[in-house]
Design a protein around this ligand. Structure first.
Ligand SMILES: Cc1cc2nc3c(=O)[nH]c(=O)nc-3n(C[C@H](O)[C@H](O)[C@H](O)COP(=O)(O)O)c2cc1C
Length: 209
Protein backbone atom coordinates (compact mmCIF):
# COMPACT_ATOMS: atom_id res chain seq x y z
CA UNK A 1 0.00 0.00 0.00
CA UNK A 2 1.31 3.43 -0.93
CA UNK A 3 1.81 5.53 2.24
CA UNK A 4 3.14 8.94 1.27
CA UNK A 5 4.38 11.85 3.28
CA UNK A 6 2.14 14.88 2.88
CA UNK A 7 4.16 18.03 2.28
CA UNK A 8 2.20 21.23 2.80
CA UNK A 9 3.78 24.43 1.51
CA UNK A 10 2.15 27.53 3.00
CA UNK A 11 2.66 31.18 2.19
CA UNK A 12 5.57 32.10 4.46
CA UNK A 13 8.88 33.20 3.08
CA UNK A 14 11.33 30.29 2.81
CA UNK A 15 10.19 28.29 -0.19
CA UNK A 16 13.78 26.97 -0.59
CA UNK A 17 13.21 25.03 2.65
CA UNK A 18 10.22 23.31 1.03
CA UNK A 19 12.22 22.55 -2.12
CA UNK A 20 15.03 21.03 -0.04
CA UNK A 21 12.63 18.85 1.96
CA UNK A 22 10.92 17.68 -1.22
CA UNK A 23 14.27 16.83 -2.85
CA UNK A 24 15.35 15.00 0.31
CA UNK A 25 12.20 12.89 0.43
CA UNK A 26 12.42 12.04 -3.28
CA UNK A 27 16.14 11.26 -2.99
CA UNK A 28 15.25 8.81 -0.20
CA UNK A 29 12.71 7.15 -2.51
CA UNK A 30 9.78 8.30 -0.38
CA UNK A 31 6.35 8.90 -1.94
CA UNK A 32 5.04 12.44 -1.54
CA UNK A 33 1.58 14.02 -1.63
CA UNK A 34 2.02 17.74 -2.24
CA UNK A 35 -0.32 20.57 -1.22
CA UNK A 36 0.71 24.13 -2.10
CA UNK A 37 -1.51 26.80 -0.52
CA UNK A 38 -2.84 29.67 -2.56
CA UNK A 39 -0.61 32.15 -0.71
CA UNK A 40 2.43 29.90 -1.30
CA UNK A 41 2.04 30.52 -5.03
CA UNK A 42 2.87 34.17 -4.28
CA UNK A 43 5.97 33.29 -2.25
CA UNK A 44 7.14 30.76 -4.85
CA UNK A 45 6.69 33.38 -7.57
CA UNK A 46 8.43 36.03 -5.45
CA UNK A 47 11.36 33.82 -4.45
CA UNK A 48 11.93 31.87 -7.68
CA UNK A 49 10.37 34.03 -10.40
CA UNK A 50 8.33 31.03 -11.58
CA UNK A 51 4.62 30.27 -11.24
CA UNK A 52 3.13 27.21 -9.55
CA UNK A 53 -0.12 26.28 -11.30
CA UNK A 54 -2.47 23.37 -10.51
CA UNK A 55 -2.96 22.64 -14.21
CA UNK A 56 0.82 22.50 -14.85
CA UNK A 57 1.98 21.33 -11.44
CA UNK A 58 4.37 18.67 -12.68
CA UNK A 59 6.26 20.98 -15.01
CA UNK A 60 6.21 23.78 -12.45
CA UNK A 61 7.42 21.45 -9.68
CA UNK A 62 10.21 20.08 -11.90
CA UNK A 63 11.33 23.64 -12.64
CA UNK A 64 11.14 24.62 -8.96
CA UNK A 65 13.13 21.59 -7.76
CA UNK A 66 15.50 21.79 -10.73
CA UNK A 67 15.11 18.13 -11.62
CA UNK A 68 13.33 15.69 -13.88
CA UNK A 69 10.45 14.05 -11.98
CA UNK A 70 10.31 10.93 -14.15
CA UNK A 71 10.27 8.03 -11.71
CA UNK A 72 9.42 10.25 -8.72
CA UNK A 73 6.32 9.21 -6.77
CA UNK A 74 4.57 12.56 -6.36
CA UNK A 75 0.83 13.22 -6.22
CA UNK A 76 -0.45 16.78 -6.29
CA UNK A 77 -3.65 17.97 -4.64
CA UNK A 78 -5.18 21.42 -5.17
CA UNK A 79 -5.44 23.41 -1.92
CA UNK A 80 -9.18 23.97 -2.34
CA UNK A 81 -9.89 20.28 -2.88
CA UNK A 82 -11.40 19.34 0.48
CA UNK A 83 -12.45 15.98 -0.97
CA UNK A 84 -8.79 15.11 -1.67
CA UNK A 85 -7.25 11.96 -0.18
CA UNK A 86 -5.31 13.66 2.65
CA UNK A 87 -8.50 15.29 3.95
CA UNK A 88 -9.54 11.93 5.44
CA UNK A 89 -7.94 9.93 8.22
CA UNK A 90 -8.68 6.72 6.32
CA UNK A 91 -6.38 7.78 3.45
CA UNK A 92 -3.05 6.05 4.09
CA UNK A 93 -0.35 8.57 4.95
CA UNK A 94 2.86 8.33 7.02
CA UNK A 95 2.72 11.88 8.35
CA UNK A 96 3.11 15.49 7.26
CA UNK A 97 5.53 18.39 7.09
CA UNK A 98 4.27 21.95 6.80
CA UNK A 99 7.26 23.79 5.37
CA UNK A 100 7.46 26.72 5.53
CA UNK A 101 4.56 27.32 7.90
CA UNK A 102 2.93 30.76 7.87
CA UNK A 103 1.62 32.19 11.12
CA UNK A 104 -1.81 31.88 9.52
CA UNK A 105 -1.29 28.16 8.86
CA UNK A 106 0.04 27.63 12.40
CA UNK A 107 -2.99 29.40 13.82
CA UNK A 108 -5.43 27.56 11.58
CA UNK A 109 -3.95 24.14 12.35
CA UNK A 110 -3.70 24.89 16.08
CA UNK A 111 -7.38 25.81 16.36
CA UNK A 112 -8.64 23.20 13.89
CA UNK A 113 -9.86 25.76 11.36
CA UNK A 114 -9.30 23.53 8.30
CA UNK A 115 -9.83 26.49 5.98
CA UNK A 116 -8.14 24.62 3.14
CA UNK A 117 -6.69 21.19 2.35
CA UNK A 118 -3.30 22.00 3.88
CA UNK A 119 -4.85 22.85 7.24
CA UNK A 120 -7.30 19.95 7.08
CA UNK A 121 -4.55 17.44 6.23
CA UNK A 122 -2.43 18.69 9.14
CA UNK A 123 -5.37 18.36 11.51
CA UNK A 124 -6.08 14.85 10.21
CA UNK A 125 -2.48 13.77 10.81
CA UNK A 126 -2.54 15.22 14.32
CA UNK A 127 -5.79 13.49 15.20
CA UNK A 128 -4.46 10.22 13.78
CA UNK A 129 -1.34 10.66 15.96
CA UNK A 130 1.02 10.56 13.00
CA UNK A 131 4.26 12.54 12.85
CA UNK A 132 3.62 16.19 11.98
CA UNK A 133 6.46 18.68 11.61
CA UNK A 134 5.68 22.39 11.40
CA UNK A 135 8.39 24.84 10.29
CA UNK A 136 7.27 28.36 11.27
CA UNK A 137 8.95 31.32 9.55
CA UNK A 138 8.23 34.65 11.12
CA UNK A 139 10.20 37.09 13.25
CA UNK A 140 9.60 38.72 15.63
CA UNK A 141 6.55 36.91 16.95
CA UNK A 142 3.49 37.93 18.91
CA UNK A 143 2.10 36.25 21.98
CA UNK A 144 -0.64 34.80 19.79
CA UNK A 145 1.95 33.20 17.47
CA UNK A 146 3.68 31.65 20.47
CA UNK A 147 0.40 30.37 21.87
CA UNK A 148 -0.47 28.71 18.58
CA UNK A 149 2.96 27.02 18.51
CA UNK A 150 2.38 25.74 22.04
CA UNK A 151 -1.02 24.46 20.89
CA UNK A 152 0.67 22.61 18.01
CA UNK A 153 3.31 21.18 20.35
CA UNK A 154 0.65 20.00 22.80
CA UNK A 155 -1.30 18.39 19.94
CA UNK A 156 1.77 16.29 19.11
CA UNK A 157 3.47 18.28 16.36
CA UNK A 158 7.21 18.86 16.25
CA UNK A 159 7.61 22.64 16.07
CA UNK A 160 10.83 23.09 14.12
CA UNK A 161 11.53 26.79 13.48
CA UNK A 162 13.42 27.71 10.32
CA UNK A 163 16.49 28.39 12.45
CA UNK A 164 19.65 27.04 10.82
CA UNK A 165 22.68 26.16 12.92
CA UNK A 166 26.14 27.12 11.66
CA UNK A 167 28.07 24.31 13.34
CA UNK A 168 27.86 21.94 10.38
CA UNK A 169 29.29 24.21 7.71
CA UNK A 170 30.89 26.96 9.79
CA UNK A 171 30.66 30.73 9.68
CA UNK A 172 31.24 30.76 5.91
CA UNK A 173 28.21 28.52 5.29
CA UNK A 174 26.40 29.16 2.02
CA UNK A 175 22.68 29.90 1.91
CA UNK A 176 22.12 26.41 0.48
CA UNK A 177 23.99 24.82 3.38
CA UNK A 178 21.82 26.72 5.86
CA UNK A 179 18.67 25.72 3.95
CA UNK A 180 19.81 22.09 3.91
CA UNK A 181 20.45 22.21 7.67
CA UNK A 182 16.78 23.06 8.31
CA UNK A 183 15.56 20.56 5.70
CA UNK A 184 17.75 17.86 7.22
CA UNK A 185 16.30 18.52 10.66
CA UNK A 186 12.81 18.12 9.17
CA UNK A 187 13.82 14.77 7.66
CA UNK A 188 15.38 13.73 11.00
CA UNK A 189 12.06 14.50 12.71
CA UNK A 190 10.22 12.39 10.14
CA UNK A 191 12.77 9.56 10.48
CA UNK A 192 13.90 9.78 6.86
CA UNK A 193 17.60 9.22 6.13
CA UNK A 194 19.53 11.98 4.42
CA UNK A 195 22.98 13.46 3.93
CA UNK A 196 21.94 17.10 3.93
CA UNK A 197 24.32 18.23 6.64
CA UNK A 198 27.41 17.11 8.50
CA UNK A 199 26.44 15.83 11.94
CA UNK A 200 28.02 17.03 15.14
CA UNK A 201 30.91 14.73 16.01
CA UNK A 202 31.43 15.81 19.60
CA UNK A 203 34.64 17.64 18.71
CA UNK A 204 34.92 21.41 18.35
CA UNK A 205 36.18 22.60 14.96
CA UNK A 206 36.68 18.98 13.90
CA UNK A 207 36.09 19.49 10.18
CA UNK A 208 38.01 22.70 9.66
CA UNK A 209 41.43 21.67 10.91
C1 LIG B 1 5.90 37.55 -0.44
C2 LIG B 1 5.21 37.17 0.84
C3 LIG B 1 5.96 36.77 1.93
C4 LIG B 1 5.32 36.39 3.12
N1 LIG B 1 6.10 35.96 4.14
C5 LIG B 1 5.52 35.51 5.26
C6 LIG B 1 6.31 34.94 6.31
O1 LIG B 1 7.53 34.85 6.23
N2 LIG B 1 5.67 34.44 7.39
C7 LIG B 1 4.31 34.47 7.51
O2 LIG B 1 3.79 33.97 8.52
N3 LIG B 1 3.51 35.02 6.54
C8 LIG B 1 4.09 35.53 5.42
N4 LIG B 1 3.31 36.06 4.41
C9 LIG B 1 1.86 36.21 4.64
C10 LIG B 1 1.09 34.92 4.32
O3 LIG B 1 1.25 34.58 2.96
C11 LIG B 1 -0.40 35.16 4.62
O4 LIG B 1 -0.61 35.25 6.05
C12 LIG B 1 -1.30 34.10 4.06
O5 LIG B 1 -2.63 34.35 4.49
C13 LIG B 1 -0.90 32.70 4.49
O6 LIG B 1 -1.83 31.78 3.94
P1 LIG B 1 -1.59 30.20 3.99
O7 LIG B 1 -1.24 29.84 5.40
O8 LIG B 1 -2.90 29.63 3.55
O9 LIG B 1 -0.51 29.87 3.03
C14 LIG B 1 3.92 36.45 3.22
C15 LIG B 1 3.16 36.87 2.11
C16 LIG B 1 3.81 37.22 0.94
C17 LIG B 1 2.97 37.65 -0.24
Amino acid sequence: MRRPWVVGVSGASGTPYAAAVLRGLLDAGEPVDLVVSRAARLTILDETGAPFRDAHWKDDLAGWLGRDLAGADVVHWAPGDLAAGPSSGSYPVRGMAVVPASTAACAGIAIGLSKDLLQRAAEVNLKERRPVVVVPRETPVTRSHLEHLIGLHDAGAVVLPASPGFYGAGAAATAQQLIDFVAGKVLDALGVEHRLFRRWSGELNADRR
